[in-house]
Design a protein around this ligand. Structure first.
Ligand SMILES: *Cc1c(COP(=O)(O)O)cnc(C)c1O
Length: 370
């Protein structure tokens, strides 16, 4: 029996009738782009995050791009973020013509280290963009406190953190703006591309609604240089169905994580931590080992698929060498990038499958000295 890293098919089959009815409904209505289903989803998702407004877009990357533009980020500006993330976080800053300024991550939570932020602030800094990596919230209180003192906007990259919480507050309503992705493999995934910006600020809402639809204030009155970043009607309808299951699926991810944690406590791998004030939603279950190649190969031979999130931090990508960073600049990010392995993680994993993974790890532990 093999265990995949992620399996989207089982979940689809479990909700197939509801999904197909929702899709048929959109086709009948011919509201193929935006429309009532998207508007209803915006309200329901914002409410789920404890935010007043949601503006649905075509991808998580577009959500980041528009949130940055709404915050006034443009050429000559700087945005403080982390190099240990998916490339989209950095790309969105570059789309605005601004410069990404990296600070390293905390070695325990793998999210932005607030102690390093102040030294990175310059007169050009406009915003701080922390990432709730793997589904664990960034340490938002000190980040928000620094931002308030320096007059900076805080934008959450919550693409991996649907349903995560920090000190009881959901990700999506912690910063001035927050951005989610509904890429199929995310904790809440569309059957195609999708994203949303959440915020409590009506001015940001006005700007982002215009920017996602060609900058038009009213039809054919283009007051801003906008984009075609609209969400499709079918994705809104599918996401409304799936949102109703999200808590149940998040609980299931938590149960898988607990089983991993209990069985792997003493095996020598570094396991992910959940800060005392945090709810981790385990988009990824990351473990660290110095023997990554051997570890992944041993699991592969036992039918278990693993992944790496992410093997190279953004400051070392050829595409971003013009930012003039070099190896050694962000030692924690580089260290985690060299050691991280993602174990199978999705809500439908059975207790037996998780046991198969943990037994395979324990069986090979003495051979490889993880
Ligand atoms: C997936 C992801 C994005 C981009 O979302 P898309 O919907 O794929 O554009 C941005 N940031 C992080 C951290 C992500 O994981």
């Amino acid at each position: 029996m093999s265990v995949p890293l992620v399996d989207l098919k089982q979940q689809y089959l479990a909700i197939k009738d509801e999904i197909l009815a929702a899709v048929a409904n959109v086709f009948e209505s011919t509201q193929f782009v935006l429309g009532n289903e998207v508007a209803a989803f915006e309200e329901e998702f914002a409410s789920y995050c404890g935010a007043r407004y949601g503006i649905a877009v075509n991808t998580g990357t577009s959500a980041l791009h528009l949130a940055l533009l709404a915050a006034g980020v443009g050429p000559e500006d700087e945005v403080i973020t982390v190099p240990f993330t998916f490339v989209a976080t950095t790309a969105a800053i570059v789309y605005c013509g601004a410069r990404p300024v990296f600070v390293d991550i905390d070695p325990i939570t793998y999210t932005m280290d607030p102690k390093l932020i102040e030294a990175a602030i310059t007169p050009r800094t406009k915003a701080i963009l922390p990432v709730h990596l793997y589904g664990h919230p960034a340490d938002m209180h000190p980040i928000l406190e620094i931002a308030r003192r320096h007059g900076l906007t805080v934008i959450e990259d919550a693409a991996q953190a649907h349903g995560a919480r920090y000190a009881g507050t959901p990700c999506g309503s912690l910063g001035d703006l927050a951005c989610f992705s509904f890429y199929p493999g995310k904790n809440l995934g569309a059957y195609g591309e999708g994203g949303i910006v959440t915020t409590n600020n009506p001015e940001f809402v006005r700007t982002i609604r215009m920017l996602r639809d060609w900058g038009a204030e009213t039809k054919y009155n283009h007051v801003l240089k906008g984009f075609n970043y609209r969400m499709e009607g079918v994705q809104g309808a599918i996401l409304r169905v799936k949102l109703r299951y999200l808590e149940q699926w998040t609980e299931a991810r938590g149960a898988v994580a607990s089983q991993y944690r209990a069985c792997l406590a003493d095996c020598g791998l570094t396991l992910p931590t959940e800060a005392p004030n945090a709810r981790h939603v385990f988009h990824v279950f990351p473990v660290l080992t110095r023997q990554r190649g051997e570890f992944m190969q041993a699991l592969k031979e036992r039918g278990i698929q693993t992944g790496i999130h992410y093997p190279i931090p953004v400051h070392l990508f050829p595409a971003y060498l013009d930012l003039n960073y070099k190896r050694g600049d962000f030692p924690v990010s580089e260290c985690i990038a060299a050691q991280e392995v993602s174990l199978p993680m999705f809500p439908e994993l059975t207790t037996a499958q998780v046991a198969q993974v943990t037994e395979a790890i324990l069986e090979t532990q003495n051979v490889y000295q993880y």
